[in-house]
Ligand binder design. Structure first.
Ligand SMILES: Cc1cc2nc3c(=O)[nH]c(=O)nc-3n(C[C@H](O)[C@H](O)[C@H](O)COP(=O)(O)OP(=O)(O)OC[C@H]3O[C@@H](n4cnc5c(N)ncnc54)[C@H](O)[C@@H]3O)c2cc1C
Length: 592
């Protein structure tokens, strides 16, 4: 069975020494996260996810979910106890608002927990993950009555949440949504339509399912301007808040799919279901974006999580498996062969995954910290700067992390040779599970277009200029410090590639928008490399403060590897952006 060890020390290093969490103690909730409490919480989380969740992952994959003739759906048998342990530990509400029963701790802590949970069992992590997104959307856009009735049981984890956007004819282009909302005399609405691919749309882990649904009010304008957000519970709550009468919502089918077998992916039918408007009429997409942005960061974290757990299992394997001799002479002369880890190509594979994971964790937590500042800082300038940074980082974390997460799962599987292809070892499951993160929450090509088409130009390019200033300023400020040149020189070169590609878009994408579309994915990965390089520079700086610590020596070697062998990808990405769309778009459609 695959193993998982939550990266507690790594996470503490990033939070305390790289992101300097103690410096944020004036923000609400942060004072409770002194280094000792933080460590205690992470160790408690590690115990839950290593000992209780991880053992349910492979059995959940084999067993999958089942839809019964009455429309109910059961999750794998081992899931309920694992979910209950999580719920009873209060993990779902650690960062949720205190006035509704949450613990009000920083969201950055929740991101750590999401990583551990997704690595231990991605399918199971989907259920509370969607609930957290729904909590965020209701907290921001729900009215007082909706918050009073729904938030406490959701924060406790007794009720779960869903996100109903997709219909069979539309996923990316939500302007095509057909689900209808008809006004009832009492102010509620009747929803009619069919949603598809709804994660956690029906299951047996919770008492009630709270659906957040995009639909079109009768007579609303066409396209995205006519979409509203609705709340439709599976059981209508009674006045005292307990689940009452069954709503007209049913699960028509569950999908048979490539991975995340323990996550129920449902066709959900609304047959005049009672629902209530959330937020303003025809502003549903904006309201749903609260949930989608949360979910995009969480999905990016899933990419990192699978990369980490796949790496851990590959590492254990290549230490044990004896095959061939080291090029420089036997390293295990007593044995019949050397372990796989002696071979440079195996080392390269390990280093590429390790160097990604450590920087990706830092960037993911930096994004989460920015989200905390947006929500909690009293300083409008700090909120705006954090919001700008988060806007840029969200598509990069979602797109670049999940592309790398899948590629790293494949690379980790490769280290097992033929055994990686056999289900028993669990590597095949990691590959299958990692694949979906590139698709849902907006396919990665669409994330790249969000970055290039919307985020770069927003507010006259304020966010990207601030990013250039931050990273460029960091390179200049620390250029003369001992040991930093080998990190900062390549980072400055990578930043120059990003700047060049950005300027190229400014000069060439307006005249021909296909230039933006054809280069967007390369730009997203170019941005990702520079942002990860920046995290490596900051981690190196923290590591250099402790020259006698062997863990920090390891950190510096890994960072050097990233700078030498992974960051230079920026030049290649830039050249692909700057070549434009001509050869990409030259073929007539019928020539394919
Ligand atoms: C397991 C699973 C769970 C899911 N969970 C949920 C859920 O909980 N809630 C929910 O609402 N949905 C969910 N989805 C749906 C998912 O979010 C969509 O499948 C996804 O957003 C893509 O939409 P689509 O399938 O309609 O593909 P399409 O929109 O048809 O896109 C197909 C391809 O074309 C590309 N493309 C489309 N438009 C453009 C464009 N303008 N420019 C460039 N490229 C473009 C896309 O990148 C994609 O690669 C889930 C899907 C799966 C498989």
């Amino acid at each position: 069975m695959p193993v998982y060890r939550a990266p507690v020390e790594e996470t503490l290093f990033i939070l305390n020494e790289v992101l300097d969490l103690p410096a944020f103690r004036d923000l609400p909730g942060f004072a409770d996260l002194d280094p000792d409490s933080l460590e205690a919480i992470l160790r408690e989380a590690a115990r839950l996810f290593e000992d209780v969740w991880a053992p349910t992952n492979q059995v959940g994959d084999v067993e999958g979910c089942m839809r019964h003739p009455d429309g109910s759906v059961s999750t794998p048998a081992a899931f309920k106890a694992a979910y209950d342990a999580y719920r009873e530990g209060g993990w779902l509400g650690i960062s949720a608002p205190e006035e509704y029963g949450g613990q009000g701790l920083p969201g950055v802590l929740n991101s750590v927990v999401q990583e551990f949970a997704s690595a231990a069992n991605l399918s199971l992590a989907m259920y509370p993950g969607l609930t957290q997104g729904a909590i965020a959307a209701l907290f921001v856009h729900g009215d007082e009555e909706q918050k009073r009735l729904y938030l406490p049981p959701m924060i406790e984890g007794r009720w779960s949440g869903t996100m109903n956007l997709t219909e069979s004819h539309c996923g990316t282009d939500l302007g095509l949504i057909r689900t209808r909302a008809t006004r009832n005399p009492d102010g509620s609405f009747a929803l009619t339509g069919a949603k598809t691919f709804i994660s956690a749309g029906e299951h047996d882990l919770c008492e009630n399912v709270v659906h957040l649904v995009l639909a079109r009010i009768d007579g609303a304008p066409p396209g995205v301007k006519g979409i509203s957000l609705f709340l439709a519970p599976k059981f209508l709550p009674k006045a005292d808040g307990s689940p009452g009468e069954r709503n007209e919502i049913s699960c028509g089918a569950i999908e048979s799919k490539m991975g995340i077998h323990g996550s129920s992916t449902c066709a959900v039918n609304y047959d005049g279901a009672t629902a209530w408007l959330v937020g303003e009429e025809n502003r549903g997409l904006a309201a749903m974006f609260v949930m989608m942005n949360e979910a995009r960061l969480a999905v990016g974290t899933q990419g990192l999580a699978i990369s980490e757990v796949a790496y851990q299992n590959a590492l254990a394997y290549v230490r044990e498996r004896l095959q061939g001799r080291a090029l420089t002479g036997p390293k295990n002369p007593q044995g019949p062969a050397d372990p796989l880890i002696v071979h440079p190509d195996v080392r390269r594979t390990l280093m590429e995954i390790k160097a990604f994971n450590e920087a990706a964790r830092a960037l993911m937590l930096r994004g989460a910290l920015a989200a905390d500042i947006v929500r909690r800082s009293p300083d409008p300038a700090a909120r705006q700067a954090a919001d700008d940074a988060l806007g840029l980082l969200t598509p990069v974390i979602k797109g670049a992390f999940t592309d790398s997460g899948f590629a790293n799962a494949v690379a980790a599987q490769q280290m097992f040779g033929g055994h990686g292809y056999i289900e028993d070892w669990g590597m095949s499951q990691f590959v299958r599970d990692a694949r979906i993160a590139m698709i849902y929450e907006g396919a990665n090509g669409v994330q790249a277009m969000d970055l290039v088409g919307r985020k770069l130009a927003r507010d006259g390019g304020r966010a990207i200029m601030a990013f250039f200033a931050e990273v460029g300023g960091y390179c200049e400020a620390h250029a003369d410090e001992a040991g930093m040149a080998e990190f900062l020189t390549p980072l400055a070169a990578g930043l120059e590639d990003l700047r060049g590609a950005t300027v190229w878009f400014m000069n060439n994408a307006m005249a021909n928008p296909d230039n933006a579309g054809a280069g967007a994915v390369d730009y997203m990965h170019l941005f990702g490399r520079v942002a990860l390089g920046y995290m490596w520079a900051r981690m190196a700086k923290a590591a250099l403060r402790r020259p006698d610590d062997p863990r920090m020596a390891t950190k510096l070697v890994t960072g050097r590897f990233f700078m030498e062998r992974m960051l230079p990808e920026t030049a290649w990405r830039r050249s692909r952006v700057e070549i434009g769309a001509d050869s990409t778009m030259a073929l007539a459609e019928d020539a394919f």
